[in-house]
Each structure stands twice: as C-alpha cells, then as structure tokens.
Design a protein around this ligand. Structure first.
Ligand code: LR7
Ligand code: MN
Length: 609
C-alpha cells in the first residue's frame, strides 16, 4: 500500500484535473468555501490509501462480502474534502480539547482559511444601495477571554478584508486576562507578524468580564464610531457602510447588523431571517418575529427595523454618545444582562435602537458557554437584578414573579446608576412598554395578542417538523452480515444509544434519510453523534441544523457512515473482530470512530419500500 500511496500522491500532485475535482467536491459540499489551508489538500491521499487496504481485506475474505464495489465509493470521496475529518489521534485531540475549551469545532476552524469566502447573505436590494459620503471612522472593539486563536484571527482578518480602510480607524483586541499566558503570547506574536499597525492588542490587568472589558476598550478607542464584535465572528460584504451611514444621520441611533449563523460544528455560514430583539419576564433576551405585514415591499428588506432590545454582542454606537448615555453598568460581572440594560437605557433616555438589514455579521452560536465566572457565581442573575432595580420600576414584580429566588439575592450598589437615570431624565419603564414593546404580554392583563401569536408560531414550528423531507427508508446493515443498527430502547426514547441486532423489519431498525442528511428512526428521532468520541451516538430530537445530526453515506452497499461535525464514522464497539458475521457482534454497541480505523464498519443501506 506504500507504493499505492506514492502512485496516488504523484497522480494527485501532477494531475491538475484531479486537483480541480477535489475542489469541485469541496465546493459542492461547502459552497461557501473557496480556499483551504494546505493541510486539507493532503487528505485525499490518506483516505484513498485506507480504501486500498479495505480492498485488500476484501480480497483476503476478511469482509464477508463478495462485491465489485469500486474503491472510489462516493460517500468516501465526500470525506476527502470534509474539513472536519478526523484522520488520527492528533486530530481527535484537537477536536475534543477544542469542544471542551471553546464549545465549537476547533479542528474545522483551524483548517479553514482566514480569508474564506462566505455567502453574501443580504437581500438583493442591498446590493444596489448607495450611501452618502461617510466621514465617520470606526474603532472595532473585540474583547476575548480564552478564545480559540484561529477563530479570533479569522474575525480580525474578515474585518480587515471587508472594511474600506478609510472607515477603519483601528481594531482593538482586548484580552480579558485569559487564563494562560500562552494565548496572549500567541495573539501578540500573530498580531505583530500579520496585522497592520492599526490592529492593537490590549490587556486588562485582571479578569474583568465582558462588560468592563468593553468599557476598557472603549476608553482607549479614538475612532468616531465604536463597533463591538464578539471574538468569533465573520463580517459580510459592505457590513460597515449602512451602520455608519445611519449613525451619521443621527448620533443617537444605536445600530446592529443582522446576526447570521456560523454553525459551531461545521462553521457553515447561513443567513438569518429578519427578526428583532425582545425579552421575557425572566429578563432573558429572545428573538421576536416582525409585526405582521412589515415586509410588504422590497424596500422593507432594506429599511432599519426598530428593535426593543439588542442581543448584545454586535452593535455600533457613536463614541461620545456611548459615554454620554452612561457606557455600561461597570458593576456588572462577566456575562449577561448588560444587553437588556443598555437597550432599556437607549430607548428610555432618548436614543433609538435599530437593526440594519443590509449589514450582516456571522457569529458562532454555541450550545453552551465554555467558561464560568471566577467563583462560580450566577452573573446573569446578578446583572439582571441590577438592571431590574435601575430600570424596571414597578414592573420589577413581574421579574420576581418568574424568579422568586431573586428577591433574596444581593446585587451590589446601584445608586450611581439610579442617579444617572434621574440625571438624564429618562422615561419610565411603563412608557417603554407602551411605546416600544407593546407586544410584551403583561401577566394578568387581558387581551394580549402575543401569547396567541406565540402559540401559532409554535404550532407552525411543529407542523414544519412533520413536514420533514424523507428521501427513503432503510435498514442499515453491517456489510455482509445479517446484523442491523437499532435503537437499544424504544423508538420514542430520547437519549437511547444504538446497538447491533439481528435484522428484522421492526420500527427500531427503520432509518429514514432526509434531504438534510438526517437519519430519523421510525420518522421520529434523529441519530446524533456525541461531541466526544468517548460517548456514543444516540437518538435526539431533530434540530434541523445539520452538524452532529448530519450523516454522509452511499445509499447502496459497503459504505462508511460519516458524521459531518464529528469528523468520524459509525463503528462498532467490538473493534478488532474482522469477521462481521461473527455472532459475538450481536448487541455490541454503535460508536464513533476514526474513519480509517479497522473499527470503522462498512454498512449496507437496504431500502425498505
Ligand atoms: O469574561 C469574559 N470576558 C470576555 O472578554 C467573558 C467573555 N468575554 C468575551 C468573549 O470572548 C466574547 O468575545 O466577550 C464576548 C462575548 O461572550 P460570549 O461569546 O461568550 O457571549 P454569547 O455570544 O454567548 O452571548 C451574547 O450575550 C452576552 C451577554 O452578556 C453578550 O452580550 C454577548 O456579546 C452576546 N453575543 C451576541 O450578541 C452574539 C449573538 C448571540 C445572540 C443572540
Ligand atoms: Mn459570542
């Protein structure tokens, strides 16, 4: 197989066509990527080599299957070009440490180009927008705490790539005293070698949390407009012009882009719909649909959208105005609550908060926050209480109704913030609710339209769920055996792991494949890969977001089953047993394994009419 490897290597490196085919595969799987770092170009060799071994095994009769399936199995061809592919234990380590430290797929991020192309997610009307002469320049402030360096660098590169240099006064990176000096040194080194002088690295002397870190950055900034971004973003085409243009019209307008989604498992960039910010009485931010018929004409997709609140991380504000209205509440710690506080303050104290549809910025949405607070305090509750005591007036009772525990939690001194509110002669919360967020249901009040609307959209979501696009239903057989993948528990049991059982056309073994690459058992729950290969794949509620629920395979025989986000293939726990007809395998469990390992099984997808 070493000779094969060399032959393949020569073939791939000398044949320009093979190279472009690889790229083609690449862009069909990931239409948003145009370039990859060197590392992923070496992938085809490794996989083809492994296939060669599989072929030899088959010839030796180790795989109890006599077929003339060619080595170039299309499902495996797809793997060659998948950025998440785990090739060996080093990759495995990067991936798993990455998930535990950052809660996203660091392996994919490390292989993605810093200058990758993302789809232009703007409405077509935005492409023909013209803006007045823009005379305000910007300071982009990016605070980070223990961020994955590659992802931070891509954030900075994307701002440099997408922002006209005359509008970009500086980029301030604020290291919020990340735990290991290593991160700081790595960033410092990279900044010095790769970025122009307008990119500066600052550091707080102790961990401040994102709120005080932002204030710290803002005080150092000298541009006319401050733009805050999270440390895992990618900005889209002409993202800055519509924001600056709007602030030029009126310095009291605080504006945010539409936040597109960067999938935390695959880094796939997808467009977000036009929605606006709201909240509930637990003081949690949420997205609300736009008022009925607010998107009638094409122009409506370009016009600013008034938003009762902002998500928090991504917004632009005139620098002096930021300080005039009281920056942030510096008594807030680490994470949470500051987004609603600044939103209430902007509206109640004479400003205006808008979402600008033609400005789009992608953000990596994670399933959990990868860090805590220094002493494990619940800073979200602490910060929300501070916001509530300053801004909610009598409506604070609705918060306590939802959070009775919060009545007895301390929240520090909010005196200075209350004085600020008096000094600025801000409106009451009652005014805010009546004028800015009338959609918010007030508990105990009659005729609230919102709850009805909410039920409707929930119903609609459920209907959507049932409208899944099933392509075909299969039994998934271990190649050359009479053993099939089945759920250990009932088909309705969330969290059930998978095992190998004697094939029988019971519901437990009927996998329906959807157009999103899901494998849905009995058309109910989705097969989901765990984040860590130490855990097993299991049944989960389908979330329609790809990633750990997206599987690639050939819909015929002898195929690996590859998980897009795990970078791993379905295997069985009794690794090392090569004779797949061995009855010992029955009841052995299904696991995730490196695709080229002997434990990575080959499967036959047997269509069930
Ligand atoms: O102690 C810390 N110090 C920091 O500098 C903790 C965090 N940070 C940095 C961190 O590295 C990141 O760059 O602060 C930034 C935001 O932290 P995240 O990414 O952990 O926050 P999030 O994206 O989970 O949460 C959202 O809500 C937060 C509430 O405090 C902030 O306002 C975030 O900026 C905000 N993110 C967004 O609005 C992006 C869109 C998400 C949505 C909806
Ligand atoms: Mn974030």
């Amino acid at each position: 197989s070493i000779t094969w490897c060399i032959v393949l290597y020569l073939y791939i490196s000398l044949n320009p066509k093979s190279n472009s085919t690889a790229l083609q595969h690449y862009s069909s799987a990931f239409p948003f990527i145009v370039t990859v770092k060197e590392v992923s170009r070496t992938l085809p060799i490794i996989i083809d080599n492994a296939l060669d071994e599989v072929d030899q095994d088959r010839n030796k009769g180790n795989i109890g299957h006599s077929s003339n399936v060619k080595a170039s199995n299309p499902a495996v061809k797809q793997l060659e070009t998948n950025l998440g592919l785990v090739r060996n234990s080093d990759d495995q380590k990067i991936r798993e440490e990455g998930y535990s430290k950052h809660a996203f797929n660091v392996l994919v991020s490390s292989r993605l180009d810093y200058h990758r192309a993302i789809p232009d997610s703007r409405h077509k009307m935005c492409q023909s927008q013209t803006y007045p002469t823009l005379y305000l320049n910007t300071s982009v402030i990016i605070c980070f705490y223990n961020e994955d360096p590659n992802t931070l660098f891509r954030t900075v590169h994307s701002v440099l790539d997408q922002t006209p240099s005359e509008l970009l006064h500086e980029i301030l990176l604020v290291d919020d005293n990340s735990d290991t000096g290593k991160i700081h040194d790595e960033v410092q080194d990279f900044v010095a070698k790769n970025f122009p002088p307008k990119v500066q690295l600052l550091k707080t002397s102790k961990r401040e949390g994102l709120i005080r870190a932002r204030i710290f950055g803002a005080k150092k900034a000298t541009g006319q407009v401050l733009i805050f971004l999270d440390s895992h973003c990618e900005v889209n085409k002409e993202w800055v012009q519509p924001l600056v243009a709007r602030i030029q019209e009126n310095r009291t307008f605080v504006v945010t882009p539409i936040i597109d989604i960067i999938n935390s498992d695959t880094f796939q960039y997808t467009s977000s719909p036009l929605v606006r910010g709201g909240f509930n009485w637990g003081l949690h931010f949420k997205w609300d649909s736009l008022p009925d018929d607010s998107l009638k004409s094409n122009e409506d997709f370009v016009k600013p959208i008034l938003s009762p609140t902002m998500a928090g991380g991504l917004f632009a504000i005139e620098r002096e105005y930021f300080f005039d209205i009281g920056e942030y509440d510096a008594g807030m710690n680490v994470w949470g609550g500051e987004n609603l506080e600044i939103s209430f303050r902007i509206w109640m104290c004479g400003g205006r908060l808008e979402i600008i549809p033609c400005s789009r910025v992608g953000h990596v949405f994670r399933r959990r926050r990868p860090y805590g607070s220094p002493n494990g305090e619940d800073t979200m509750t602490y910060n929300s209480l501070r916001a509530a005591h300053v801004w909610l007036d009598e409506y604070i009772e609705h918060f306590f109704h939802v959070r009775p525990d919060a009545r007895h939690i301390t929240y520090g001194d909010v005196g200075p913030r209350q004085r600020l509110r008096r000094l600025m002669k801000c409106q009451s919360f009652d005014w805010y609710l009546k004028n800015i967020y009338p959609e918010l249901a007030i508990p105990g009040k009659e005729g609230n339209k919102t709850s009805k609307k909410e039920t409707n959209s929930k119903l609609q979501a459920r209907r959507m769920y049932h409208r899944k696009n099933f392509i075909a239903t299969y039994q998934v057989k271990l190649s050359g055996s009479n053993l099939c993948v089945e759920s250990e528990k009932e088909v309705t049991s969330k969290g059930s792991v998978l095992q190998i059982g004697v094939c029988a056309k019971t519901k437990k073994q009927l996998w329906s494949v959807t157009d999103k690459g899901e494998m849905v058992l009995a058309q109910m729950l989705c097969m989901e890969s765990p984040e860590s290969s130490k855990q097993k794949p299991r049944l989960s509620k389908c979330h329609e977001m790809g990633g750990l629920q997206e599987w690639k395979h050939h819909d015929d025989i002898d195929t690996p089953v590859y998980n897009i986000a795990a970078g791993l293939c379905l295997g069985i726990s009794n690794s090392g047993i090569e004779d797949f007809t061995n009855p010992v395998l029955e009841n052995s469990s299904v696991v995730m394994t490196v695709c080229t390992d002997s434990s990575a099984a080959k499967w036959d997808f047997v269509k069930v009419p």
